[in-house]
Design a protein around this ligand. Structure first.
Ligand SMILES: Cc1ncc(COP(=O)(O)O)c(C=O)c1O
Length: 398
């Protein structure tokens, strides 16, 4: 059991506040009771605000309905795809990391998919995306913040193309919504997905899907035309939308997780989205500068309209400790009661990743950088942990 000194810096699940944790403690209520509906409504209202007012100025960027799902974000991604397209449809899926690949793999099960694919960690060429979209394209999928590589993909530029070609647009905002700018109408987003356990700082096992009127209509039409064929029973979007009007889910709700989510979104409201975005941006910059002061280099290559993530940082491991040798480095971090992530799939042993989603303190950011510096020292990489800490403090106190 981790103690209070344990520092969780993985890009999900992220640490929970005391209030979010205790929210899960209460006696169960029926998911068909007024007491539960009040919880769902609170979560839904908070999510509506987060999905539509994730800007620095706080203005609303669109209208739609927030659905809360019993399941992680992959369920939301599948709900989006499976309710919007079928076997006769064409999907363009942008892939430059593990989660873009996941969106494409989900779409493979329901439609015909054209991938716009670049190496993980590389930026998309918007012209190549345009070349892939045609008048036949029914849906475009993209991951806003690619958690496996630390890149913020150009959703705005891709959204322009979806508007031009009149396709539906599903955006995975799993590690951006609640921590960074997200614009529904300006980016022409039809469905957006986020996860409880990421920037919302709620527990894992619950996720949210924001459905615009246009997407709701498309899902209704598809369901009617197909008589439900090919639409997963559990993730039937029109059914979820109908039940959400009553602040219920179609099936039994994960009551403790809904309670925790309701408190987590209240906490976001108290902080205010613009302050929260600015804090996330500062803390990501502090991580970047701190690791640079240790002599480390960012892993991803942000080019053109693509930017580095503001919610997590992916760093290339020094060549001398890549591959199997990376294990000793990760062990040295873990011995200091700090948890960070390595690279996923073929990036294992090449990179490490830390998150600043949720509510880290400045001291925790500094501790993350110091720990990485000390662990590097343990495995023979020459660096100055205190220089890393000084760089963090420069950003956070400057
Ligand atoms: C960008 C992104 N999309 C989707 C997912 C899938 O989330 P889950 O595994 O919780 O379903 C994750 C999880 O890390 C993610 O980071």
């Amino acid at each position: 059991m981790p103690d209070d000194d344990f520092l969780l810096l993985n890009p999900g699940p992220v640490p929970l506040s005391e209030d979010v944790r205790t929210a899960m403690d209460g006696q169960m209520v029926s998911h068909r009771s007024a007491a539960f509906e009040a919880i769902y409504e609170r979560a839904q209202d908070g999510l509506d605000e987060i999905f539509t007012r994730s800007t620095l100025s706080g203005e609303s960027t669109g209208d739609g309905t927030s659905l809360v799902l019993n399941g992680t974000a992959t369920m939301g991604m599948e709900m989006a795809v499976s309710n919007l397209v079928g076997p006769d449809d064409e999907v363009v899926a942008l892939v430059n990391g593990k989660f873009g690949r996941r969106f494409a793999r989900i779409a493979d099960r329901y439609a015909t998919v054209t991938r716009v694919e670049v190496e993980w960690g590389q930026s998309f060429d918007v012209e190549a995306v345009e070349a892939a979209i045609t008048d036949e394209t029914a849906l475009v999928t993209v991951v806003h913040n690619e958690t496996s590589t630390g890149l913020l993909n150009p959703v705005s530029a891709v959204g322009e193309l979806t508007a031009e070609y009149d396709t539906l647009f599903a955006v995975d905002g799993v590690t951006s919504v609640g921590g960074d700018v997200f614009r529904i109408d300006d980016w022409h987003v039809d469905v957006a997905i986020t996860d409880g356990q990421k920037a919302l700082a709620a527990p894992p096992g619950i996720s949210a899907v924001f459905v615009t009127e246009r997407a709701a209509e498309a899902a209704h039409e598809r369901k009617e035309a197909s008589d439900g064929a090919g639409i997963p029973f559990y993730s039937d979007m029109p059914w979820h939308l109908r039940k959400a009007e009553q602040h219920q889910t179609p099936f039994t709700s994960a009551v403790p997780l809904f309670r925790a989510l309701a408190v987590a979104v209240d906490e976001i409201h108290e902080e205010g989205m613009s302050d929260r975005i600015e804090r996330h941006r500062r803390q990501a910059e502090a991580f970047r500068d701190g690791f640079a002061a240790l002599g480390l280099e960012a892993f991803p290559d942000a080019d053109g309209p693509t930017e580095l993530s503001n919610t997590l940082t992916a760093i290339a491991l020094p060549e001398a400790i890549r591959g199997d040798d990376a294990t000793a480095f990760f062990d040295a971090v873990a011995e200091r009661d700090v948890s960070i992530s390595g690279g996923q799939a073929h990036l294992g042993g090449d990179i490490f990743r830390v998150s600043n989603m949720g509510h880290l303190t400045p001291e925790q950011v500094a501790r993350g950088v110091r720990t990485v510096g000390e662990a590097l020292g343990d495995v023979g990489v020459d660096c100055d942990p205190e220089a890393g800490v000084a760089a963090v403090e420069d950003v956070l106190n400057g």
